[in-house]
Design a protein. Structure first.
Length: 505
C-alpha cells in the first residue's frame, strides 16, 4: 500500500495572504527563453512569472552559460562570492528575464559555464567531466545567498526553491551553514536523473564528512545530488499528483522509493501548467493561419501547409499523427516504431521531430525512406516546427513509460490535437480517455492506453482513428481539450500556499 500523499489543492475561495514580504530564490539549471533542453526550462520560465503575477518577490538563479550571457546583455555585477571550492570566486550578475521582467541572478564564471556545447553535455554529446563542480557551485551559491550573512544584504530569500539534481546539494549546504534564514524546497521533475558521482567529490565540494552516510547524501557508495535534496529539503514537490504517488513505489522510485515513502507527508503533487500566451493557436506566429475552438476548420489549412512543408502527400482527409519528443526508452517511441508500419498501412501519415538514442533515430529515418510520402522525420530541436506539428497534426502520440508531468500532451489539448498517452504521471492527471460516457458528459479529451505496450498503443491509435472518422464526435473531443484551463494560475496558488506553510513553520 502506498504511503499517504498530500496533494495541494487551492480553491478560489481561499484568500492568499499578502506576499509583499515573501522572497523566493528559484534555482534552476535552465530556463526558457535563455536556454532549454527540456521541460524544466519551460517550467523555470513560466512558473516564476506566474508567481510574480500573484505578488511574490521571486528571483531566478542560473549558471552563466554563454547562451544566457548572450541573451541578457544588460546584466550587471551585483556581488562577488568567494570561498568556493576549487574555483575560489565567482561574480554574481543581475538582469531581467525577457518579456516577463522576473529578476535573474547569473553566476558568472567563464571557466565553468562558457563553453561550446550544452548545459550538461559537450559538443560531442558526452557529460562534462566537471559537472559535479559546475552544479555543486550552483548549489553552494544558492545556499550562501539564503543565509543572513549573504553578500546580497538587501535581498535575502525566505524560500530556497530548488529544481532537480542540479541544485540538489543546496538544501544540504544550507543545513550545515551557520546563521541560515531560508526554508528549502526541492521540486522533482524527473527522478530518473539523480546526479550520482564518486565519493571523493564530497570532500572536493566542501561537504561535511558526516553528511556522507545513508541518512544523508550517500547512495550506493556514491554522492547523489538528488538524494541530498530529497533528504535535507524542508519540503518536496512533484510536478503532478499521480507522479507523487508513483515515486513511492519500486517501479518508479529508481531506488529512492524508501526515502520518499518515509517523507510522504511532506510530498506535494502539483500539476504543471503551460505558457498559454506562447502556446495559443489563436495567436501563434509560427502558423500560416490562426484558429480557435470556434474556427477549427482553419486547422485544416495549417495541416495542409505542414504536409507540403514536410514533403508529405497533401490531403486534408488523411489522418496525420505527430511526435515531438526526445527519442528515448522513457518516452516509449520504440513502441511507436514497432507499430508504425501497421499504422501507415491503414492510410495514416507521421510527422516526427526529436532526437536521442541512435537506434531510434536510425529506425525512424529508415521508416521515412520506406514511406517517403507518408513519413517525415526531423532530427534535432526546432521551436517553430514544434508549434507547426502540434497545430497541423490530427493526433499526438505520447506513449511514455513514465512521465512526471509532461507538457506536450497539454500543448496538444490546447491546439485541438487529441493525444494518445499512457496512464502515468501527469498524463493520467491531464488527459481523459474518450468513450461513450466521457463523450456524453463532455470530459473526453484524448485516448489513454491500457498499459505501456505496443499492442495497447496500436489499439488506442485505432480507437482514435475510429473517432476521427466521425467529424461531429471529433470536434467535441477537440473543443473539450481546447477549453480546459491549462495555465499556471491554479498551480502558482498551490506553490504560494506551500511557501506560506513553510514560513509558518
Amino acid at each position: 500500500m502506498l504511503a499517504s500523499l498530500q496533494t495541494v489543492l487551492i480553491t478560489p475561495r481561499i484568500i492568499i495572504k499578502s506576499l509583499s514580504f515573501v522572497r523566493i530564490l528559484f534555482v534552476t539549471s535552465e530556463a526558457y527563453p535563455l536556454i532549454k533542453t527540456g521541460g524544466l526550462a519551460d517550467v523555470s520560465g513560466s512558473l516564476p512569472a506566474a508567481l510574480r503575477g500573484l505578488g511574490a518577490d521571486i528571483r531566478i538563479l542560473i549558471p552563466g552559460y554563454q547562451q544566457v550571457i548572450d541573451k541578457l546583455p544588460d546584466a550587471r555585477p551585483v556581488a562577488h562570492i568567494d570561498n568556493l571550492p576549487l574555483i575560489g570566486a565567482v561574480t554574481l550578475m543581475l538582469a531581467e528575464m525577457p518579456d516577463t521582467g522576473v529578476p535573474v541572478y547569473i553566476i558568472h564564471c567563464p571557466s565553468l559555464y562558457q563553453r561550446a556545447g550544452g548545459p550538461y553535455l559537450d559538443a560531442s554529446g558526452r557529460d562534462w567531466e566537471d559537472n559535479p563542480l559546475r552544479f555543486g557551485i550552483l548549489s553552494r551559491v544558492a545556499a550562501i545567498l539564503s543565509c543572513r550573512n549573504s553578500p546580497l544584504s538587501d535581498w535575502i530569500p525566505d524560500i530556497l526553491h530548488c529544481n532537480d539534481w542540479q541544485s540538489g546539494l543546496a538544501p544540504a549546504y544550507l543545513h550545515y551553514m551557520p546563521d541560515t534564514h531560508a526554508r528549502s524546497m526541492i521540486s522533482l521533475h524527473n527522478l530518473a536523473f539523480q546526479g550520482c558521482y564518486p565519493a571523493h567529490w564530497v570532500e572536493r565540494l566542501w561537504l561535511p564528512t558526516e553528511s556522507y552516510q545513508m541518512h544523508g547524501l550517500e547512495y550506493h557508495h556514491q554522492l547523489s545530488f538528488l538524494k541530498a535534496g530529497i533528504y535535507y529539503a524542508d519540503s518536496i514537490t512533484t510536478v503532478s499528483p499521480t507522479y507523487a504517488r508513483e515515486i513511492q513505489t519500486s517501479q518508479y522510485g529508481f531506488g529512492l522509493e524508501g526515502l520518499l515513502a518515509s517523507r510522504a507527508h511532506e510530498i506535494h503533487g502539483i500539476l504543471n501548467g503551460i505558457e498559454t500566451q506562447e502556446w495559443n493557436p489563436a495567436t501563434d506566429p509560427y502558423l500560416v493561419t490562426q484558429y480557435d475552438d470556434r474556427h477549427l476548420d482553419n486547422k485544416n489549412a495549417v495541416k495542409n501547409a505542414l504536409q507540403s512543408q514536410l514533403g508529405l502527400s497533401v490531403n486534408t482527409e488523411t489522418p496525420l499523427l505527430g511526435v515531438v519528443s526526445r527519442l528515448t526508452h522513457q518516452k516509449g517511441l520504440d513502441m511507436f516504431l514497432s507499430v508504425a508500419e501497421t499504422v501507415l498501412q491503414q492510410g495514416c501519415q507521421i510527422a516526427l521531430l526529436g532526437g536521442g538514442e541512435a537506434v531510434l533515430e536510425q529506425g525512424f529515418k529508415a521508416l521515412a525512406l520506406l514511406y517517403p510520402n507518408q513519413v517525415s522525420v526531423n532530427i534535432g530541436y526546432n521551436e517553430p516546427l514544434s508549434h507547426q506539428i502540434m497545430a497541423g497534426v490530427d493526433i499526438f502520440i505520447m506513449p511514455s513509460r513514465f512521465e512526471p508531468c509532461g507538457l506536450n500532451q497539454m500543448y496538444g489539448l490546447r491546439y485541438g490535437t487529441p493525444p494518445v498517452v499512457t496512464p502515468t504521471g501527469g498524463l493520467a492527471d491531464s488527459v481523459v480517455d474518450t468513450n461513450a460516457e466521457t463523450l456524453r458528459n463532455g470530459t473526453a479529451t484524448g485516448f489513454v492506453m491500457d498499459a505501456p505496450a505496443p499492442g495497447a498503443l496500436l489499439s488506442s491509435i485505432e480507437h482514435a482513428l475510429a473517432y476521427y472518422r466521425n467529424q461531429k464526435s471529433w470536434r467535441k473531443i477537440q473543443r473539450n481539450g481546447m477549453r480546459l484551463d491549462l495555465g499556471w494560475a491554479h498551480s502558482a496558488q498551490a506553490y504560494i500556499a506551500l511557501y506560506q506553510q513553510l514560513m509558518g513553520q
